[in-house]
Design a protein around this ligand. Structure first.
Ligand code: CDP
Length: 233
């Protein structure tokens, strides 16, 4: 049976999961914009905690030290332009969240059970901003298993490396695609094999292989599914 997304728009949640550089961020942000809903980048929470740990000189793999950091810092996630913004102790790391130090350490921090419990609680509290589009690795499987719409966005590793290299070239200058591919595969490997909430599609997720699709095409597909209440292919 089709249920109009609008009639229950107060609680509607769209979960978009997938591996690194699958286009999730661009697509999720645009889907939220088109629908006029709140956008939440769950990766920014893991990246933000990693950034704080690096700044505080805390070893990203030291579970006890990271737990102390979680307890002692002041975390806040205000809403700005319908996007949730990561802040800690009044600071907004912004672009630093996507820098190389954070990139190489984030999967270790995200594998810590205390970190996941903390982030999950914060993400679930975002329901108050619904309707929302939330992207990540485990939104449809763990954070919101009851999400109204679940998508798993994938693309071949080579295509993902090309896309990420293009983004990085704009931010950091020339990059080597082979190195980017190796870094993505390292992170994917850690994310897919960790004990808690490993990266995998929810059994009821729609899998979208975007290897040969443009951003607009993927956005249009997701928006069509949501607007049709789940009936669109
Ligand atoms: O943009 P990209 O896909 O490269 O990364 P991201 O979505 O910002 O996520 C960064 C890292 O955070 C991932 O590699 C995971 O280790 C972790 N993460 C997670 O464990 N669970 C989530 N829901 C989101 C991110």
């Amino acid at each position: 049976m089709s249920v109009s997304a609008d009639t229950r728009s107060k609680t509607t949640i769209v979960a978009i999961d997938g591996p690194a550089a699958s286009g999730k961020s661009t697509v999720s942000r645009e889907v939220a914009r088109v629908l006029g809903w709140t956008y939440v980048d769950s990766g920014s929470f893991y990246r933000g905690i990693t950034w704080k740990a690096l700044h505080a000189g805390v070893d990203a793999r030291d579970a006890a030290a990271v737990q102390t950091l979680l307890a002692r810092s002041r975390w806040a996630f205000p809403l700005r332009d319908r996007s949730v913004v990561f802040t800690v102790d009044g600071e907004e790391p912004g672009d630093a969240l996507r820098g190389p130090e954070v990139r190489e350490a984030v999967s270790d921090v995200a594998a810590l059970p205390d970190v996941r419990a903390f982030v999950n609680a914060q993400l679930r509290a975002m329901r108050r901003y619904a309707p929302l589009v939330m992207e990540g690795r485990d939104i449809g499987t763990v954070v919101f298993p009851d999400a109204d719409f679940k998508f798993y966005l994938d693309a071949s590793p080579e295509e993902r490396a090309r896309r990420r290299a293009r983004d990085l070239a704009a931010q950091e200058g020339a990059v080597d695609v082979a190195q980017v591919l190796a870094s993505l595969e390292r992170r994917d490997g850690k994310d897919s094999t960790r004990r808690e909430a490993p990266l995998r599609p929810a059994s009821d997720a729609r899998i979208i292989d975007s290897t040969a699709m443009g951003v607009d095409e993927v956005v249009a597909l997701i928006v069509a599914v949501v607007r049709s209440g789940g009936d669109a292919i």
